[in-house]
Ligand binder design. Structure first.
Ligand SMILES: Cc1ncc(COP(=O)(O)O)c(C=O)c1O
Length: 497
């Protein structure tokens, strides 16, 4: 199967030579994974030039902002990745819930541009993608295709976004502005984020055209590895920073709603470094992992009815199901001034927390609600932190507000509605739809992936099954330094550094 992206040698020297010439001409330097994991290692010459570049410009230098260390205005860097520690007054649990801020990433204001770069860079330096001849195809349940289009624009090459038609209007507006040819380059697949099979179908059709290269985040290990290496290191740094002022703080668990399960791979890093448990999050309205279920939901950006190929299922410790009525309602509660007033006056939630949470997107709330389930299920105390990510910001969902007001609040939002939403969805968030996984549960989830990958997508049984062995995932670690060496060599050949 060609989508795996596991090569660490030059597959096509001719393609590589074209790409180097094109990058030289366009003035594009590639950051290494190590630089994105620790931006203090980015060369001064780059950092100085970056100061004059807007974080929302399609400028090649913005590749050096594809990391967790951007400041609140996204223009400069900070010593510790942006995060907020949610207090018991908001969450109703004693365990601190630490949320990393994905909104600070450049160009798309969401962390999935990191996944897009993680899939692209290895393909470039191994001579598998020629931006002068190929079209980059970015299948997505939300933000990944925006990240893909952003990096395509930077390379001045055609990129095609594939995403479900039911996604928020803001995403399509963004794509209209960034795609080189929006009429042809935005493929709307039927349904919502639950319809990943339809996304695979669209990919397979486009794959028939030889000049199309599919960056299939669901199967491309660059996605998992960039998150394990960069997101994992950033979250670990945040934890160590928070723990420095809270003696004895343990990093008990990491929660992440899975679309491609790329972000969840940061949990592999945290488990190795801190013994952290990994909790996958999905919608109760489409409980694929919990119940082999199906359905529709509004936790935009997460995808279901499949088990991604890059999901290290056997390393997952628990699955939490979140009701999208809860994520919708808490998103709305914290976004509205009336809701924030209620939280400040009745529960004493600090202003800076209200400010930060007012811009959390829908799946960010799913992640937080899952962290609260973890705290309740394991009876966690103040010395047991749970880490998660605010994947994107509220800016992507303004057009959802009217629908949420109508469907979740009967068209009226006041202090009473705020209290009802908080009582029901935050304080009343219990340990239902939460499974701590036995070995048998993990096997059941792992085997479910067979139907997508072996039956539908043509992976061999041997390849598919090899991912059950922890050694398979450990061995992937060697790819990152190998790719970084190839990136360094690539930059040396463009002569731009
Ligand atoms: C808003 C949002 N939340 C969550 C996710 C899931 O992230 P991952 O694909 O890394 O599992 C995505 C993925 O695109 C997303 O766009």
């Amino acid at each position: 199967m060609s989508q795996l992206g596991l090569e660490q040698y030059v597959v096509n020297p001719e393609v590589l030579a074209h790409t180097i010439a094109h990058f030289r001409e366009q003035g594009i330097i590639l950051p290494t994974f190590a630089q994105l994991a620790d931006p203090s290692t980015i060369p001064d010459a780059v950092t100085e030039r970056l100061a004059d570049v807007s974080p929302d410009a399609a400028d090649p230098l913005n590749l050096f902002r594809v990391h967790w260390y951007n400041s609140a205005d996204r223009a400069s860097t900070v010593d510790v990745p942006g995060h907020v520690v949610l207090p018991p007054s908001l969450t109703g649990v004693q365990a601190p819930i630490v949320v990393a801020l994905g909104e600070r990433f450049p160009m798309i204001a969401a962390h999935k541009v990191l996944a897009a770069y993680g899939c692209l860079a290895p393909r470039l330096v191994t001579g598998q993608f020629d931006p002068t001849a190929h079209k980059a195809i970015w299948p997505s349940t939300g933000n990944y295709c925006r990240g893909g289009i952003a990096v395509s624009r930077i390379m001045n090459c055609r990129g095609v976004a594939i995403l479900p038609e039911g996604m928020s209007r803001e995403r399509f507006d963004w794509l209209d502005a960034w795609c080189l040819n929006p009429a042809d380059d935005i493929v709307r697949t039927p349904g919502s984020e639950s319809n990943v099979k339809e996304i695979y179908d669209a990919c397979n059709e486009l794959d028939l055209v030889e000049s199309n290269v599919i960056f299939n985040q669901f199967a491309e290990f660059g996605n998992a590895l960039v998150h394990r290496f960069c997101t994992g290191a950033a979250l670990s740094h945040i934890y160590r920073h928070v723990a420095a002022s809270r003696e004895g703080l343990e990093l008990f668990a990491f929660t992440s709603a899975t679309g491609s399960a790329g972000t969840l791979s940061a949990g592999d890093h945290l488990k190795d470094a801190h013994g952290t448990r990994i909790v996958a999050v999905e919608a109760t309205a489409c409980p694929t992992l919990l119940r082999n279920g199906f359905g529709e939901h509004n936790i935009q950006g997460i995808g279901d009815k499949h088990v991604p190929y890059v999901h290290n299922v056997m390393n997952t410790d628990a699955v939490a199901g979140i009701d999208d009525a809860a994520s919708d309602s808490l998103y709305y509660l914290c976004k509205q001034a009336e809701g924030r007033k209620y939280l400040a006056e009745r529960h004493g939630v600090p202003q800076e927390i209200l400010e930060a949470t007012s811009s959390f997107g829908l799946s960010s709330w799913a992640n937080i609600l899952a962290a609260i389930k973890v705290a309740k299920y394991w009876d966690l105390g103040p010395n047991q932190a749970i880490m998660t990510v605010a994947t994107d910001g509220a800016a992507m969902y303004g057009s959802e507000d009217e629908k949420i007001l109508r469907t979740r609040f009967g068209g009226q939002f006041d202090q009473v509605a705020a209290a009802e939403a908080f009582g029901r969805h935050m304080l009343g968030n219990g340990t239902d739809w939460f499974d701590e996984l036995s070995y048998n549960d993990k096997q059941r989830m792992f085997n479910l992936g067979y139907y997508t990958w072996v039956e539908q997508q043509g992976v061999s049984v041997e390849e598919f099954s090899s991912r059950k062995n922890p050694a398979f995932w450990r061995d992937l670690d060697a790819l990152v330094p190998a790719w970084d060496a190839m990136i360094a060599d690539f930059n040396a050949q463009t002569g731009l550094l």
